[in-house]
Design a protein around this ligand. Structure first.
Ligand SMILES: Cc1ncc(COP(=O)(O)O)c(C=O)c1O
Length: 455
């Protein structure tokens, strides 16, 4: 029987298509399946960051955002970059606007080796794989190494984007503690022994040795070979993620783990030393890993964009990029100093934080009873935003911590933001003193997807 709501059955495809185009779209309710019921199991681990949920409010101009890890690009020479873009199109447009090699533009891979030499790495351009930001390298490496249930070691806390990729591929993250000198070798040994007792060898250690995101700490130089020896003894690969290594405030550049051990997989990025919007990062991998990684890259994007790679290449060739990095770090140091001074002046008793020597972040611990995730909506209402600590752990820890970014707002805005945060904390502490805890909302735990407001 035909229904007035449904197009007539027809074997004539032209007629059916024409009728479908003419008729308004009618959902076939008796066959309809919600696409959400078709999601792969692994997507269950994908959740939005809480600051993203508050984004509409948090991005209002009156809110001081200390949440995001956005580099401050105001110091870039935009005028000369625009001539560089024009020259790229007029001189090399037919290459820059075309598909390219899945591994990346060869001349850029050579220049990347020059950049890595700053941190003592002698890399071969043939072992460099250019990616769409180092985030893509992280995702691809997780894709090629992780089966569901595999164990990954990572500092606790760790980078939210890495935790998001690990969750997406259903890895089990075991966090290893840090102190003010970075990852603690004894804790690493303990974790590996305990896993070995269960018959488990982690697939890799994921570590951010310099100016850690979110913890702000740097791995002590004397710990570096020890960490590598421990991993070697237990047969564990190391992935070193180093987007901030050249952004030190003291002028000291630390030796990369990859400079000590050629088996380390090294991730780098132009996001913090040049321009994050170009999305150019890379992995330096042992030859045995390279071919599989290139295949994975090919299936993800065919090739990284030729245009942005060639622009980065021109920038490195024609501009004094080292002095640009110095300018960036001077700006960041000024902002770091403003944040530290404001924390010292305004924060209530019982808060503690680290003093980062580079990078973008201060990691703050608040007094017992205050829950930073529950407090976030109240902070945003008070016109200040931060990234609460739980997003940086895979296992629900971090409710007494929060990350403050000093990279983007001006020193004056940072001071004002910290003053507002201090007032919110004071109010929370009043509640704690009265009721024992400040948490008023049921919390969901676990890693969250990265976003520009939490990276
Ligand atoms: C530790 C860490 N790794 C990787 C990334 C991703 O950077 P990219 O912009 O190169 O994808 C970030 C970005 O904030 C980061 O902090």
């Amino acid at each position: 029987m035909s229904s007035p709501d449904r197009p007539q059955q027809s074997t004539d495809l032209t007629v059916t298509a024409a009728a479908a185009a003419a008729a308004p779209h009618q959902p076939r309710t008796e066959l309809a399946v919600s696409p959400t019921e078709r999601f792969a199991t692994r997507t269950a681990g994908m959740t939005a960051s809480e600051i993203r949920a508050l984004f509409a409010v948090a991005s209002r101009p009156e809110v001081v955002s200390l949440a995001g890890g956005m580099p401050n690009l105001a110091a870039l020479p935009l005028q000369s970059l625009s001539s560089e873009v024009a020259d790229l199109v007029t001189q090399d447009g037919l290459m820059a606007l075309q598909y390219g090699s899945a591994q990346g533009v060869p001349v850029l891979r050579e220049q990347i080796c020059d950049v890595m030499r700053e941190e003592g790495i002698e890399g071969d351009p043939n072992d460099v794989v250019v990616t769409v930001g180092s985030q893509m390298a992280l995702d691809l490496l997780t894709r090629i190494f992780i089966d569901p249930g595999d164990v990954v070691l990572a500092e606790g806390p760790s980078y939210v984007g890495a935790l998001g990729s690990f969750a997406a591929y259903q890895a089990r993250v075991v966090h290893v503690a840090m102190d003010e000198h970075g990852l603690v070798p004894e804790r690493l040994t303990e974790a590996l022994r305990s896993l070995a007792a269960q018959g488990i060898t982690p697939k890799f250690l994921y570590t951010i040795p310099n100016f850690h995101n979110p913890a702000g700490v740097t791995l002590a130089v004397e710990r570096r070979p020890r960490i590598l020896d421990i991993c070697r003894d237990f047969g564990v690969m190391v992935i070193e993620d180093n987007p901030y290594g050249l952004l030190g405030f003291t002028g000291e550049v630390y030796p990369a783990l990859r400079s000590i051990d050629a088996d380390v997989i090294y991730l780098g990025s132009f996001s913090k030393t040049f321009a994050s919007g170009l999305r150019v990062g890379w992995a330096l991998v042992p030859p045995l890993v390279r071919d599989r990684l290139v295949l994975a890259a090919e299936s993800a994007t065919l090739c990284p964009p030729s245009f942005t790679q060639m622009l980065v290449s021109r920038y490195l060739a024609h501009h004094d990029w080292r002095s640009q990095v110095k300018t960036f770090t001077e700006n960041y140091r000024e902002r770091r100093d403003a944040m530290l001074a404001a924390l010292e002046t305004h924060l209530p008793e019982g808060c503690s934080w680290n003093v980062p020597d580079g990078g973008f972040f201060v990691w703050l611990t608040v007094p017992e009873g205050v829950d930073t995730k529950a407090m976030l909506p109240r902070a945003v209402t008070a016109r200040v935003a931060y990234a609460s600590g739980t997003g940086f752990y895979a296992d629900g820890f971090g409710s007494r911590q929060l990350r403050l970014s000093f990279c983007y707002p001006t020193p004056e805005r940072i001071t004002e933001g910290v003053r507002r945060l201090a007032a919110v904390l004071e109010a929370e502490l009043d509640v704690v003193r009265t009721f024992g805890t400040s948490a008023r909302t049921e919390l969901t735990r676990g890693p969250q997807s990265p976003s520009p407001d939490t990276t």
